[in-house]
Design a protein around this ligand. Structure first.
Ligand SMILES: O=C(O)CCC(=O)C(=O)O
Ligand SMILES: [Fe+2]
Length: 773
């Protein structure tokens, strides 16, 4: 972020390639081994003793360091031999470094730290020929030469940068310490010293908190610098806040222009001075890096932390600031710090200058850049709020600003779609509506569809009206591409397989084949985790049947409905209670009878067999009495049809089931025997079993503790036996009272009568003899 900001700001160069400052010697206390604290100005004796500690300086040539007195002649003292005291440094040099940072035009958010390199002592005749310092550490942005106070002449340091040069003549000052810094990529030389001594400390200046590329920071060619910054911006995410670097959301770049524009005054051709130059450079970069660019108007809402001007402390602090006074619109308040900002793009011009009717679009802060802060704009609205919880006083300000918005062409579909899905889709559908033959634009359209792959599912949510569905189906057919058609449809869910769309599906099946349709249906069905089945299945199948969809499609839908419903029911039926629950029995019965009907209506023996197989498997614990209803469906069938469907299979199954039950007879009036399926082997359940099987006992009073009572009660519930449970809260422990249903006999009698009746009717209807096997 700061890289691109700095690049944009570089148009009005705030900084220079060098910085020259002075500071009192009291801030630079240097202790040298064996010599002690240096006192300024340095005397000739001290300097001689420094030389005694020194060695001739080498210089770096490619990978080596070389001693060559025709290139460099100077004494060097390694930093291990002296120390700079921290206290003075902190007080004097740290603030000084901040100023140097500004002099060099480095981004506000950054900071400079130093890396001491060496001490150099120049005697008359010493020099250093033109060279560039090798970058010894990462993010080394500049070299700083600190000249200690002592008289000399000559020894000028000449620094060059992009054709400009500056001569730092340290001889002009002999009382104060001089700090001269210059960009690391400058060529520079030290002219021969004429008289006296020149003693300097050299430092590498390191830029902290900077995530851009160093070369782009010191590049003075504006276009090139913008270009580099833009290339970097779109090729990495390391300028994003750390928690967002792993996202793969498309990147946006929004630069708020310096000047104000109205809707009618906004055009690429009529931008005002700095805006024009920056936008031109950005457009050049956008062409080179395959970016789309829009000129826009944005609504910018900022919330500022602010102070009351009458508060003496803050107002004096404010006026002390060395920056020029800023005229605040809200005369009584001073804006202090920005707390929050929100940018919404509201008006769009495309690269050709045409107004585009996109929705408004909110842009996250990390993508928004500006060289002039909102503070310098006149808000069209503002609102002051007194002390509110977390913050002190706040000022909300709304501005209208112009902005250039850019993103990578490869992200265009996803971004535009995100901004305004429906108009994007409208544009996508346009050729179809215009009746343009697909082979004329196939490749183009296919590329657009592919780019949208990740967002189709978002689009699906916007498809609501029958017309929208209709057009979507039409489009899927229009694109004439099986694979893409399938991909688009797969974003929907099972609700798309519905009566309303049978005609659309039929058309697609005609175009892409029935196998293709079945694949699409499978994908939609797979998505359904819990299968409630198709809504109104008979109606759905009928609709597909009437439109003469391929038989295999019908069979597929039928099998899905049967298979997945049975699977789900089987899980429920693991609970014995469920098996005898009246509601549940009815539901299972309705399912099989519905499916038998559908199979017969479709006149499909294969499907019919599938349902009958399920019935005969006894998986669904169907009630034989109810099955009589089901097979009555066959009664009107002709003889041939009965043979064709092999109805004897189901009829004899039902008949046998009825006979089996009938043969059990009616229980005795005084018989309290209850059958059950034992599922627990504990002593309590043994005792419970004894009671249930006891022909003579209708009830049992059982003094057992609470947890035991609970276990027995839940077993009685799970086994679904007709036994009433009560707790007698007397004595210790309380007593569990189990009572077998009074109606056992009456129910048995009634059921037996019904079974006998049904069996007789069945034999009559289908002309079979009772008891005949
Ligand atoms: O002595 C100076 O002013 C500069 C020295 C220098 O260029 C170097 O040490 O690389
Ligand atoms: Fe140098």
């Amino acid at each position: 972020m700061n890289e691109i900001q700095a690049a944009l700001e570089a148009l009005e160069p705030k900084g220079n390639f060098y910085a020259q400052r002075t500071i009192s010697g009291s801030y630079l206390q240097v202790n040298v081994n064996k010599i002690g604290r240096l006192v300024y100005p340095l005397t000739a004796e001290i300097i001689q003793s420094l030389i005694a500690l020194a060695e001739p300086a080498k210089y770096g040539l490619k990978e080596q360091t070389i001693l060559d007195e025709s290139v460099r002649k100077v004494w060097e003292i390694k930093p291990t031999k002296f120390k700079i005291l921290k206290m003075g440094w902190r007080k004097g040099f740290e603030p000084l470094l901040d100023r140097i940072k500004r002099d060099l035009g480095l981004p506000d958010e950054t900071g400079l730290s130093v890396d001491l390199h060496n001490m150099l002592v120049y005697e008359p005749g010493c020099f250093f020929k033109p060279h560039q310092d090798s970058e010894k550490v990462d993010n080394m942005v500049a070299t700083m030469v600190v000249v200690l106070p002592t008289k000399h002449s000559g020894g000028e340091l000449v620094v060059e940068h992009n054709g400009r040069s500056y001569t730092f003549d340290s001889a002009k000052e002999s009382k104060l310490v001089q700090a001269f810094s210059f960009y690391a990529d400058c060529r520079h030389e030290v002219k021969s010293l004429k008289s006296g001594y020149r003693v300097v400390l050299t430092f590498n200046l390191i830029l902290e908190n900077y995530k851009g590329q160093m070369n782009s920071l010191t590049e003075r060619d504006f276009d090139k610098r913008i270009d580099q910054a833009i290339a970097h911006y779109f090729s990495t995410r390391d300028w994003l806040p750390s928690w967002r670097r792993n996202e793969d959301k498309p990147l946006k770049f929004v630069y708020l222009l310096d000047h104000e524009y109205t809707e009618s005054g906004l055009s690429w051709q009529h931008l005002k001075n700095t805006d024009r130059m920056r936008v031109e450079a950005l457009l050049k970069a956008s062409d080179k890096h395959q970016l789309d660019a829009y000129l826009t108007l944005v609504d910018s809402h900022e919330t500022w932390d602010c102070y009351d001007d009458n508060d003496d402390f803050y107002s004096s602090k404010y006026y002390d600031d060395e920056e020029e006074d800023e005229e605040s619109e809200e005369a009584n308040y001073i804006l202090n710090d920005i707390i929050d900002s929100e940018t919404t793009i509201e008006y769009w011009l495309d690269r050709q200058g045409n107004h585009r009717n996109f929705n408004t679009c909110y842009v996250e802060d990390c993508y928004v850049h500006a060289t002039v802060s909102g503070e310098d704009f006149t808000p069209y609205d503002s609102e002051y709020e007194g002390f509110m919880g977390n913050y002190g006083n706040t000022m909300d300000r709304w501005y209208k600003r112009a902005a250039i918005v850019m993103w990578q062409k490869k992200d265009a579909a996803a971004i535009l779609f995100g901004i305004d899905p429906l108009s994007y889709i409208n544009a996508l559908y346009q050729p179809m509506r215009d009746g343009i033959a697909i082979d004329k634009l196939e490749i183009d359209l296919h590329a657009q569809i592919d780019a949208l792959e990740s967002v189709w599912s978002a689009y699906i949510k916007k498809v609501e009206t029958p017309e929208q569905y209709g057009e979507m189906f039409q489009f899927v057919s229009y694109i004439a591409d099986k694979t893409r058609a399938k991909k688009i449809l797969e974003n929907f869910d099972i609700k798309l397989i519905a009566v309303d769309y049978t005609k659309d599906w039929h058309d697609l099946s005609g175009k892409y084949s029935a196998e293709w349709l079945i694949e699409v249906f499978s994908r939609l069905i797979e998505k359904e985790r819990l299968w409630d089945g198709f809504n109104d299945f008979p109606k759905l199948i009928k609709a597909f049947h009437q439109i003469s969809i391929d038989k295999e499609v019908l069979r597929f839908l039928f099998s899905m409905q049967l298979q997945r419903k049975v699977e789900r029911l089987q899980i429920q039926l693991e609970r014995k209670r469920e098996r005898i629950d009246a509601k549940s029995i009815k539901l299972r019965h309705d399912l099989v009878s519905e499916l038998v009907n559908v199979a017969l209506n479709l006149e499909d023996r294969v499907l019919h067999d599938k349902v009958i197989d399920v019935i005969l498997s006894r998986k669904l614990y169907l009630d034989s009495l109810l099955l009589v209803d089901v097979i009555e469906r066959y009664f009107p069938l002709s003889k041939e049809m009965r043979v064709q469907y092999d109805i004897d299979r189901i009829i004899s199954f039902v008949r046998l089931a009825l006979e089996e039950e009938k043969n059990l007879g009616v229980r005795d009036e005084n018989d309290w025997y209850i059958t059950f399926e034992k599922s627990c082997e504990c002593e309590l359940c043994d005792e419970l079993g004894g009671f249930l099987h006891d022909k003579n006992a209708q009830s049992k009073t059982w003094p057992i503790g609470e947890s035991k009572r609970q276990h027995v009660s839940s077993m009685v519930y799970d086994l679904a036996v007709p036994v009433k449970i009560e707790t007698l809260r007397q004595g210790s422990p309380h007593k569990l009272v189990l009572t077998k249903d009074d109606e056992l006999y009456a129910i048995s009698l009634k059921r037996h009568q019904k079974i006998s009746g049904a069996l007789a009717q069945l034999c009559l209807d289908f002309n079979i003899k009772e008891g005949a096997v």
